[in-house]
Ligand binder design. Sequence first.
Ligand code: NDP
Length: 371
Amino acid sequence: MNSRRDFLGKITAASIAFPFLKKAASANNPFNEKPSEDRLLRVAIMGLGSYGTRVAEAMQSCTKAKLVGVISGTPSKVKAWQSKYNIPEKNCYNYSNFDEIKNNPDIDAVYVITPNGLHHDEVIRVAKAGKHAISEKPMTVNAQQAQEMIDACKKAGVKLLVGYRMHFEPHTLEIIKMRKAGEFGKVLFFQGLSGFIIGDPTQWRLNKKLSGGGSMMDIGIYSVNGSRYMIGEDPIWVTAQETKNNPVKFKEGIDETIQFQLGFPGGAVASCLSTYSLNYLDRFFLDGTEGFAQMYPSTNYGPIRGQTNKGEIIAPDVTHQTVQMDEMADIILRGKKPEVPVDGEEALKDLKIIDAIYEACRTGKKVKLEL
Ligand code: NDP
């Protein structure tokens, strides 16, 4: 692999040999920007809610990305973030005026961390403003909208990434490395269990317009996405069954519990559960002819733990959002290719699967997938 260390080594060697190079690069740069190897990704967060707050905190430890702006509908939060993160007034927007961000050269990317049902329109507006877009998961609420977001970002010449933080998590990456090296033999089974007990019945997660669905959109997506990166293939069919014990809390269009099964071209099957009615449900299990891997917890904020038939996975415990944002800076500014993709196409695949899961629940039929 062409490692970052090699790359940095070359840069350092070049700066020692040609100390004037950096100066010359910035003198020729019309925006007086730093050469790309030194540049920070300057990010504005849209939606200063619970996860936005977590990302902002984590970004304080980033070395390649920096929080420089906010987009919010709540002026009191804007004030608080301005003083906490030293954000200048000119980098603060609301949902009506954030298209003006196109005239702001001090912001490179907008990280959309609002309710799922808003991501589509907001990401398209970010793209039209000429800024790179990072969307939280799910990227949106169906495959058609996902495609429209991809097209808008392509047209605008900006990158579209999705907050798949597990794609940078060291225990996860170690298991993927072992599977790629054939250490589990032929992988034939994956089990993904994703759930938590959801509280306040009035929250946006239980409002179809804002959430796009129930547990599947919010937490089941981790098993959908995880089945793909753990097995290393994209599924070709899906079957699914829905169970609803509380139709008052989980209204029409808001799934409480869904079991689903995925079939993969190499012969593997996945059996998964997504629910808003059980805690401690955060487990991955991968089985092959020569070995297995299990993770518990598998996708929460960590520390993530994993074992294989060879023993405990030894890997660093990291703050997921810090690593994610530093890696995204490399992806956006320096064209780095991550081990597991985090782009719009990756999210489109998950949304095609989720569309098919809902269809299978409705019809009771096996649904074929073409990803
Ligand atoms: P919150 O409800 O805590 O925050 C959402 C924020 O969005 C609000 O605080 C508000 O910020 C803004 N907002 C704009 N319009 C609305 C609206 N109509 N209703 C409610 N809020 C609105 O949600 P989360 O932070 O938990 O989730 C946000 C996104 O992040 C979701 O897509 C979710 O799936 C994702 N997420 C991802 C996680 C991960 O691990 N990757 C974990 C948790 C969430 P303001 O007042 O500033 O306008």
